[in-house]
Design a protein. Sequence first.
Length: 355
Amino acid sequence: MMQKGYAWQMEEAGKPLVRKEFDLPSPVSAELLVEVSGCGVCHTDLSYYFDGVRPNHPLPLILGHEISGLVLEAGEGAESWVGKKVIIPAVIPCGKCGLCLRGRGTICRSQKMPGNDIQGGFASHVRVPEYGLCEVDETKLEAAGLTLADVSVIADAVTTPYQAAVRSGIGKGDLAVVIGAGGIGGYAVQICAALGASVVAIDIDASRLESVRQNGAALALDAREVEGREFKKRILEFAENQGLPAQEWYLFECSGSVAGQKTAFGLLTHGGTLCVVGFTMDRFELRLSNLMAFDARALGNWGCAPELYPAALELVMNGSVAVAPFVEQYPLDSIQNIFNAAQRHELTKRAVLVP
């Protein structure tokens, strides 16, 4: 008898998720069948489900793109992956087209994003292309006190800000400002600190600010208590006291909110770098000429190139970036309650759903 798997799929945006059983699919050439260990709940999943953002795959669709698991089966040409523990990239490029060959896999036009282009990870099993998977060393995992489910969040929450930091060129002696210190932003704070920068974190949640104070932030500012130009004044004072540059700041907008984006743009300095990591459908007016006047630059960031995953994973394994304090595991069958709680901002840690 063929083995069965199960998943919770979205049949219509905003309508109750539906539990479905399915026959385990056999991987074809260059594909893998992965037994899911954990799948993180991301703001993007909530956007598809609650906000009507349209995924590329027609409904019904299994959401979830922060996936870790064990490779059970492989198609032709991918047999070496069988039995390995892996993190599946949130954005999987084809690895063959001109864009991929030029190192621009994140804009590959044949890319596959689980839970968007193909069926995702809120399931017992998932079938994915083998290209770009990141192997997880079980010995290092145990030494770090982590489970394979824990590190599922590396697939987006860690690697996305990691790529943004690498692209920005930030390093020792630089000043980073992270706007939005929860989720991706919390990891952005740790990553920038691990790369040698002094980090200022901005948020509206006191508990998040206290958390990042203990995990990489040299200064934490509550946006409810600081307004407008006062932000730049406070950061300039901090920079002067710490012997940090008054110009060329690295700004990481991770909140995915209009307020956060306005704050980030308002903090541009001469020679500054604005990294847009968070996402929102909302719009606002800005004076784009500020980039010209400040000789500054703005960098978008979609996912993370698979070749950067091992280095991001190593930051977690060696303790430079803490994951365990910021994730909490829940049974996959609690997905509806978890989605609802996340939408109401009731979760203090990133939820990882475990089959």
